[in-house]
Design a binder for this molecule. Structure first.
Ligand code: B3K
Ligand code: ZN
Length: 885
């Protein structure tokens, strides 16, 4: 909690540190009612900062200073300055040691930042600025040091004592205590520090690296979870191999550890050699985790592992550069997931997520560039823009340079900057130098916020046989900037003839025709590309694979979209054509609803989806994706003024129309797939995910008919399936159905079976929080009283309140403002003990400008109520004040 008005920090004010820390030696004495941290820092003046010995200003918060020694001299209270955020001492020479001892209280640390307790174990979370809650330090990523860490704790309660690097010594201590010392030889910033102490079991394995070094792999969990680690271990080994093969990156220490904890503010953390994970991102087995959870575990294990190079060996100079490690690492983990599963489906899911959530962020009050220029609280900048848009930006570099050129660039980047703390510019420079490329204009993607629009028009000259596409780009104003300069927008495209075949592409001025799919770079505000030798009017397939994070518009009619759905050689664009068709049809229904008309749906959507559903040659996961109508959140994002009720009514009407008209085809596919599921033991692999995805979306449509045989099938699936994917879908289908008795029964049975598994109970909360039937808020409030709910546990808050406000739009946006009031009360409460979670939960209210004036007024009023509710954390303060600006 702050004591002064939070301050804005600017990238332009960056200065290198005055002092450097060569070595960090830490000793932790862990007790039940406090802990002691002894730190010995071997320091020197930073030669880059010139002569003289300025005061040494160390970061430190919520620390009780017990002693401080400078160059072996004990300092008295007059020899240093202490505030609630800094300790300042005056060095007398250019090299010296600083010893401090502080007392801290992990046992009452509810913010889950720094050293804290999750259940009975001690753990840490230091990124971004949590290390300053552990000891006085230069807590900034450009100060890199080696670490040795000794942990001393009661043997019986904490048999396992872990920190970064390799274990070098351990032994018994006094009074039933014991100790262990870890040494991390790789210089790292403090944000990568980690410590764990607990009664943990581990699953062990080994990995032999590309140079034949054997690395010990360990996943530590609480004993009851020891049977849920295999999937994460398999994912880890796949990630290690993939990073060798795809990026030439080898693991560097002798041991790699993952620890699962229940109380964690986000997914996981890439601490050097000792990743700490939210248990939801580690634990997975068929009976308790869905297919989506299995895929999430695989992706997060990979993401954190990949950080060992993109983040740890080469780290960020300052927090404005966060996307340097996050955007790149998301790009890396997406490539991995694409290779492990279906690449097209992975791309579809990533793009649907980006368009729904990142585009909304980019259009709201918290919009910022991939490399922001300023922030108040860095924790607020672990955003979809920094992560997902950052990954898209790296992906565009990959598209522009080609796979080989990109690899040359990444090799040079890792080699040139190993052991350094660098900037996004350094990354670009390596890409340029390795390829002789000029990315000067491209770099605007890092500095300009907002989602660019790209309007495309065509003209065909039948006599000259030329076809021209004209691109006009623009970027809306964002809070940081009104005027935007043109971006470099790589557009992958193809042209289809009347039979749906791809045409050879030759731009005017080129000697010969090249491939049938190619990338052109739009670099100007308006630019025309003319293709020659085009014998007939073509249909363009634009932005294939979503080659740039823009909003592209082309005046397709519905028949053309249906044609692309069937014929486009690019799988992503086939799906996207279906989405565009659905959006057109849904927007028409929305307009009918707003005008008080009876709803009539364009039957072409049914025809199109019928042919998708009956095409057995299509990847079933693709079929499932194509059957999913654009979500209400996406329809909100693309509306000028979002009409919550009309969007919900239109989408539900369309779902019912599809369900009625495709009933037989859905039923056939459901039964065939369910039969296969019964015959096949659960396997966490792409083709099985695909089969269950289609089976489950089919069931959710089928239940809209309310037919007794569908209810019977749902109950059968709920009662007898051997895996959580099928069971949870059946539960969700029941929860959203009118069958009250069956619903109540299923919820009770499920809760009884899984009451001891917090992750499964999270699913149970989410399914109910997401039910769009009337009375949503009352259900959520009742669930907060359930014994399995705990507001101090971030997973529970996300599962219940996060699902309600983020996914149950019709209930959250109730016209009386009750949903807004509820969320504001929650944020005010969370602000008092966990500012990061408070600020995250606030996001739905920041979108207030999207809604009608009555809702706008209600949402604003709640934001104002939060603003004046008392002392705000810098996290909540920043989001609220920017939202109201
Ligand atoms: N680097 C961490 C995120 C830390 C968030 C701190 N508020 C996880 C990740 O992106 O891999
Ligand atoms: Zn990351």
């Amino acid at each position: 909690m702050r004591t002064e008005q939070p301050k804005m920090i600017y990238l332009k004010d960056y200065q290198a540190p005055d002092y450097l820390i060569e070595e960090t030696h830490l000793t932790f004495e862990l007790f039940e009612d406090h802990s002691l941290v002894h730190a010995q820092l071997v320091m020197r003046r930073n030669p880059e900062r010139g002569a003289g010995l300025p005061p040494l200003v160390l970061d430190g918060q919520q620390l009780e200073l017990l002693s401080v020694n400078l160059a072996d001299q004990a300092l008295g209270a007059d020899d240093y300055q202490l505030t609630d955020s800094h300790l300042t001492v005056q060095p007398k020479s250019a090299s010296f040691t600083l010893d401090t001892t502080v007392k801290i209280h992990p046992e009452t640390n509810t913010a889950l930042e720094g050293l804290y307790k999750s259940g009975s174990m001690f753990c840490t979370q230091c990124e971004a600025e949590g290390f300053r809650k552990i000891t006085y330090y230069l807590d900034r990523p450009d100060v890199m040091s080696t670490f040795t860490t000794t942990v001393i704790a009661e043997q019986h309660r904490y048999p396992i004592l872990l920190s970064n690097g390799n274990p070098i010594a351990s032994g018994p201590g006094e009074d039933g205590r014991h100790w262990a010392t870890w040494e991390d030889p790789f210089k790292k910033p403090a944000y990568l520090f980690a410590l764990v102490a607990g009664d943990l079991w581990c699953v062990e394995d080994t990995f032999t690296t590309m140079t034949d070094r054997v690395v010990a792999l360990r996943i530590y969990v609480e004993p009851e979870n020891i049977d849920k680690c295999q999937h994460a271990m398999t994912s880890l080994k796949k990630s290690m191999r993939w990073d060798e093969e795809t990026y030439g990156r080898e693991y560097d220490l002798d041991i790699f550890m993952i620890v699962a904890v229940n109380d964690f503010n986000m997914g996981a953390m890439e601490n050097k050699g000792l990743n700490i994970f939210n248990s939801s991102a580690v634990l997975a087995r068929a009976e308790t985790a869905t297919d989506a959870a299995h895929q999430r575990v695989e992706a997060i294990v990979a993401h954190e592992y990949f950080h060992n190079w993109s983040g740890n060996r080469v780290t960020c100079r300052d927090w404005f550069q966060l996307s340097l490690k996050e955007g790149f690492t998301v790009f890396r983990d997406s490539g991995f997931s694409a290779d492990m599963n279906s690449a097209t489906v992975k791309r579809i899911q990533d793009v649907a997520y980006l368009r729904t959530h990142q585009f909304a962020e980019d259009a709201g009050p918290m919009a910022h560039a991939v490399r922001p220029d300023s922030f108040i609280e860095i924790s607020n900048f672990y955003t979809l823009t920094v992560y997902e848009k950052g990954s898209e930006v790296v992906g565009m570099i990959h598209t522009l340079l080609g796979a080989e050129g990109f690899r040359k660039g990444s090799d040079l980047y890792f080699e040139r900057h190993d052991g350094q703390a660098v900037t996004c510019d350094d990354f670009i420079k390596a890409m340029e130098d390795a390829n002789g490329a000029d990315l000067t204009q491209f770099k605007r993607w890092y500095s300009q916020a907002g989602t660019p629009r790209l309007a495309v028009s065509e003209s065909y000259d039948a006599v000259a046989k030329t076809y021209s596409l004209t691109f006009r780009q623009s970027c809306p104003e964002t809070p940081d900037k009104a005027e935007k300069l043109p971006f470099v927008i790589p557009v992958e495209l193809g042209l289809l003839d009347a039979k749906g075949s791809s045409m050879a592409l030759r731009l005017a001025g080129e000697a010969t025709a090249g491939a049938t799919s190619r990338v052109i770079s739009v670099t100007e505000a308006e630019q025309t590309f003319t293709f020659v030798d085009i014998p007939e009017q073509p249909l363009p397939s634009l932005l294939r694979g979503f080659s740039a994070p823009v909003k592209l518009s082309f005046p397709y009619n519905r028949d053309q979209l249906m044609f692309l759905m069937q014929h486009d050689s690019d799988g992503f664009n086939r799906w996207d054509a279906g989405q565009q068709l659905s959006v057109q049809v849904l927007q028409e229904l929305i307009a009918q609803h707003q005008q008080g008309q009876a709803l009539h749906m364009d039957q072409r959507l049914i025809t199109a989806l019928r042919s998708v559903l009956s095409d057995e040659s299509l990847d079933q996961a693709m079929v499932a994706e194509m059957l999913s109508l654009p979500g209400e959140a996406y329809l909100t994002e693309i509306s000028e003024v979002a009409d919550v009720d009309a969007i919900h009514a239109a989408r539900e009407f369309a779902r019912k129309q599809l369900a009625d008209n495709l009933h037989e085809a859905l039923w056939l596919r459901y039964q065939a797939n369910r039969e296969l599921s019964k015959q096949t033991p659960y396997v966490a692999a792409a083709e099985h995910f695909a089969r269950r995805a289609l089976q489950n979306i089919a069931l959710s449509y089928l239940m809209l008919s309310g037919k007794p045989e569908v209810l019977a099938a749902t109950l059968e699936q709920f009662d007898t399936s051997d895996n959580m994917t099928e069971r949870l879908t059946a539960l969700a289908v029941l929860v959203n159905s009118p069958f009250e008795a069956e619903k109540a029964q299923a919820l009770a049975v499920f809760a009884e079976n899984f009451k001891d598994n917090p992750l499964v109970m999270d699913q149970w909360f989410s399914v109910q929080a997401g039910s769009t039937l009337p009375g949503g808020l009352a259900r959520v409030k009742a669930l907060m009283e359930h014994p399995a709910f705990n507001i101090k546990n971030p997973n529970k808050v996300r599962a219940l309140m996060g699902a309600f406000a983020g996914q149950n739009l019709i209930n959250f946006h109730a016209a009386d403002g009750s949903g807004y009031r509820f969320l504001a009360d929650l944020v005010i409460e969370l602000n008092g003990f966990n500012p990061q979670i408070a600020s995250r939960q606030l996001a739905p209210l920041t979108r207030w400008r999207k809604y009608d004036s009555a809702r706008q007024a209600l949402m604003r009023a709640e934001l104002e109520r939060i603003r004046s509710s008392g002392e705000l954390s810098s996290d909540v303060f920043e989001v609220v004040s920017k939202s109201l600006a």
